[in-house]
Design a binder for this molecule. Structure first.
Ligand code: GLN
Length: 464
């Protein structure tokens, strides 16, 4: 009997005796369709994988099942996670459950998971966040979207979009729910080479527990909240700006200290992301060749290399093809230095911006105890950063279609979310009221130092 089989049998026996498997036993969850499941197909929202069923479960799926949650279904998504509105799925768009005159999109790419939670179908859902894909749909649907620090939750069995940016994300109705679901998934996994190792987890625990004295439990005395001036982008409408200010006032009212900060490389984040993510994606997507698994073209083309080219032209949607072109170009010998290498350098600068403002030292940096200059006592440094999650509310299908010919405009939607992805730091989108112009939900985003996920959730809990 395999270990897994034995475990399943033990679980069944406990169930038969009427004992709950965990605090989550019996709760329904939804799983984004880019997490491998052996019991349901994994399509990634693509024709390429329409009939694909994985032989194994993603680690996070197994952890949920072992705790007794019930996976009620896989959820719609932008093809291979590429998109911000959930309008780029082979199976059609995901409609936002929030009532409005014209149907709105749920946001992407984890739109199906966000809609399932927002409509009350499930307690929580698994999503993935490469550049904002749980935070944006959470903001559009009026729920909580949590992207933990890179490496906290196992990516084993999560179909790769851009490995160095991909993180498991959680969607729930409350921060409290996100916290309990996260406690289940925050584990080292030997099957994921980028999983945060146990020693680093211990180091982070020691570093953050020392600061737990400023733990936020309704009162934020001693908590410093940074407001970065670079997030005041010109595309941000007055109505969202007002809610951001309301969020700042709310935190002030709880005795938090508000600190204006600067993250000077933020304006370069979006272009940096749209070089790195497509480059990694182009490389990852080479595995869909019509030979090993997935869609295989039946066209017998004479003039083209029949199988490979036809399979990819027919199997991938337009946005995925665009990303492959973008990414492949960035990796060509003539563009590599000017695009890919530059983007890697910008990424490091974005990371350093955050390190300069957070009071907690980045646990990934090896510090020399003799030359340690902790930011902790510096009153210009902060524990958490507050920004809007998005520059708009959920678009309608017609608004979105109008921009179909202007992909760069679509990429702009990610301007608030990509810096945290480039830096690998945790980020949390919290529903914070509705926009006065259209009555649709708006989210505010909290960011904290790498590994300081608990701090984020504690402050998030009092902001919601
Ligand atoms: N909208 C971004 C993109 O299209 C982010 C998507 C994601 O986080 N998966 O790449």
């Amino acid at each position: 009997m395999s270990a897994l089989h034995a475990e399943a049998q033990a679980a069944q026996q406990r169930l038969d005796r009427g004992q709950p498997l965990s605090a989550f036993d019996g709760l329904g969850i939804a799983v984004k369709d880019n997490f491998c499941t052996s019991f349901l197909p994994t399509t990634c929202g693509s024709k390429m994988l329409e009939d694909f069923t994985s032989p194994y479960n993603a680690t996070v799926v197994d952890l949920c099942l072992k705790a007794g949650t019930i996976c009620v279904g896989k959820t719609n998504m932008d093809e291979f996670g590429m998109g911000s509105a959930n309008a780029f799925s082979y199976f059609g768009p995901t409609i936002n459950p929030h009532k409005s005159d014209t149907p709105r999109l749920a946001g992407g790419s984890s739109g199906g998971s966000a809609a399932a939670v927002a409509s009350g179908m499930v307690f929580g859902a698994l999503g993935s966040d490469t550049g904002g894909s749980v935070r944006l749909p959470a903001s559009y649907c009026g729920i909580v979207g949590f992207k933990p620090s890179y490496g906290r939750c196992s990516r084993y069995g999560l179909v790769a979009y851009a490995n160095s940016l991909d993180t498991v994300g959680l969607l729930t109705r409350t921060v409290e729910d996100a916290k309990v679901l996260y406690s289940l998934l925050d584990q080292y996994d030997i099957n994921d080479p980028t999983s945060m190792p146990s020693e680093l987890r211990n180091k982070v625990n020691v570093m953050t527990t020392r600061r737990r004295k400023m733990e936020a439990r309704g009162d934020l005395t001693n908590v410093r909240i940074g407001i970065p001036k670079e997030y005041h982008v010109k595309e941000l409408p007055e109505s969202i700006l007002r809610l951001w200010k309301k969020g700042i006032e709310h935190l002030k009212g709880l005795n938090a200290t508000i600190v204006p900060i600067s993250l000077p490389h933020t304006p370069y984040s979006l272009s940096c992301y749209y070089v790195l993510a497509p480059a990694e994606a182009a490389s990852n997507l080479q595995r869909y060749d019509g030979v090993r698994y997935g869609y295989r073209s039946k066209t017998q083309s004479e003039e083209r290399s029949p199988l490979y080219e036809d399979t990819r032209m027919e199997g991938f949607g337009e946005e995925v093809l665009r990303r492959i072109l973008l990414g492949t170009y960035a990796l060509t010998s003539e563009a590599f230095d000017n695009y890919y290498l530059q983007a890697l350098k910008v990424r490091r600068l974005v990371r350093q911006d955050f390190d300069n403002v957070f009071a907690l030292q980045n646990p990934l940096i090896q510090s020399d105890p003799n030359h340690d200059t902790p930011n902790d006592d510096n009153e210009n440094t902060v524990d958490v950063i507050l920004t809007p999650s998005a520059i708009s509310t959920a678009p309608s299908m017609s608004e979105f279609s109008k921009l179909a010919g202007d992909p760069v405009h679509n990429y702009l939607n990610d301007v608030m979310t990509v810096p945290a992805s480039l830096a690998g730091i945790p980020a949390l989108s919290i529903p914070f009221g509705t926009d006065e112009t259209d009555g649709l939900p708006v989210g505010l985003q909290l960011l904290s130092q790498y590994g300081d996920d608990e701090m984020l959730l504690s402050v998030g809990r009092v902001l919601q």
